[in-house]
Ligand binder design. Structure first.
Ligand code: MG
Length: 453
């Protein structure tokens, strides 16, 4: 799960204008249809409404073994008193409502597909998503631990600073200090990630103040409300969430201390990172097949987020690929290019990475073909079709090197309406694949003509 809706502060976003959107009449119709005619149902709204008429929820940390809706709501504690039970139920409904709201804030598209899931898995998947999103916020914050370290060292530095030292030694000392601070900050992040399943998922009062931005920061600051719902999940769901969270954190921690200023080393390392951070999909289905679906989403995000990740000093484009296109051996060669050579090199590299991601498509379709439940099918299929649309939009698109490329909202609506069954998903994949192919042929022909001239 790779981050960042709403956190693109530093990097411009490339979206089509409203005028362009209105020109796509079929998409406008799709948006209208999705909004008013056949919206994705939210089974959670139903649960929240029902909550007021049901008996009290438990808060004893034992959860319920039975699974299903009852498992989440729990039983009223025996002998706890009517009033007590009522209060607990009220506070549990508030927590559930918080989870619902924060889910929409951190990811509108995921929120829609999660909330249409059958009640038997809905709350489990929602909490799973929020837990991993909280973990990801810690992973993605590139300054929080540095600031925390500085603050901690601030007092000591003030009293021990020797103002008579020469400029040269001060610079060396400063560099040494910065390196030290970076190492300490990375170590602090590593231990925050590695202990997350023991802190956030064990201590009901655990929260983290000031990490991440906007809604993701709010999620970490109000984490006890997620924890409260986590506690009422069936024990098997909690076990899977803890297990996958721990595995994902280990993978993330492995990459924190790596110097990613120049991306990952090779495809193997690139795949390894994508595999770790695709934990959500592995956990949800507990099937290895779905690994490819997670990889496909991760690769799409990493390809699109080239500039932002590069600016953050933690890029994931594999050097094995980009090195072939960068004459100065720097991944930043493609960023905001000023020469025609740099622009074309970036585009060729981008196209190769998109082609690599496309190799996962047959496995994704094979996996989708095995899903029987229509809501679970849509839950898996919608992110996939959004990903392929994003890849098509990014293909040979110079905007990837100057900002974040986004698909039109209308396109999203059209895709959500169409990804209802395997036929629909096949058609979407086929359509975007054909578009990429014709783009590729067009660019190849143009390049050949140029060469002749
Ligand atoms: Mg991340």
């Amino acid at each position: 799960m790779k981050k960042k809706q709403g956190a693109y502060g530093k990097i411009p976003t490339h979206s089509d204008s409203t005028f362009i959107q209105l020109l796509h009449v079929n998409e406008v119709y799709a948006a209208w249809k999705l909004l008013y005619w056949s919206p994705l149902n939210s089974n959670l709204d139903e649960l929240l409404l029902d909550g007021n008429n049901e008996k009290g929820a438990d808060g004893d940390g034992e959860g319920n073994e039975g699974g299903g809706n009852e498992g989440k709501e729990g039983e009223a504690p025996a002998g706890g008193g009517e009033e007590d039970a009522q209060k607990k139920k009220q506070s549990k409904m508030e927590d559930l409502s918080f989870c619902n709201t924060i889910l929409t804030s951190v990811s509108r598209s995921f929120a829609a597909v999660i909330r249409q899931l059958p009640l038997i898995v809905l709350v489990d998947v929602m909490i799973f998503y929020l837990v991993l999103r909280a973990l990801d916020t810690i992973e993605d914050d590139m300054t929080f631990f540095h600031k925390t370290m500085m603050k901690g060292e601030g007092d000591a530095t003030d009293s021990s600073e020797d103002i008579t030292t020469t400029t040269t030694t001060t610079t060396t000392a400063n560099n040494h200090h910065i390196n030290n601070n970076n190492n300490n900050a990375n170590q602090a992040k590593v231990s925050a990630l590695l202990s997350f399943h023991k802190t956030a998922l064990t201590n009901p009062d655990w929260k983290l103040m000031g990490c991440g931005d906007g809604d993701e920061r709010r999620l970490l600051e109000h984490f006890p409300q997620c924890h409260s719902i986590f506690l009422s999940l069936p024990s098997e769901s909690r076990r899977i969430i803890v297990d996958i969270t721990q595995r994902m954190a280990c993978g993330m921690a492995e990459f924190v201390t790596k110097d990613l200023g120049q991306g990952t080393t090779d495809i193997l390392e690139y795949n390894r990172y994508c595999h770790f951070v695709a934990g959500l999909w592995i956990g949800i289905t507990k099937l290895h097949l779905s690994d490819q679906m997670g990889l496909f989403l991760q690769k799409t995000n990493i390809i699109r987020d080239y500039l932002e990740d590069y600016v953050d000093g933690r890029a994931f484009w594999p050097m094995e690929i980009w090195n072939k296109y960068s004459p100065n051996g720097d991944l930043g060669y493609f960023a905001n290019p000023t020469t025609e050579e740099a622009k074309n090199a970036g585009l060729a590299c981008l196209d190769e990475l998109i082609t690599d991601a496309f190799e996962l498509v047959p496995d994704c379709l094979a996996y989708l073909s095995k899903l029987q439940c229509v809501e679970i099918f849509r839950f898996c299929a919608i992110p996939q079709v959004m990903a392929i649309a994003t890849l098509e939009k990014c293909y040979h698109n110079p905007n990837v090197f100057t900002g974040v490329v986004k698909i039109r909202k209308g396109t999203s609506c059209l895709l959500i309406n169409s990804a209802v069954d395997l036929r629909g998903v096949h058609d979407i994949f086929h359509w975007f694949a054909m578009r990429i192919m014709s783009k590729a042929e067009g660019f190849a022909a143009a390049a050949a003509t140029e060469e002749e001239v």
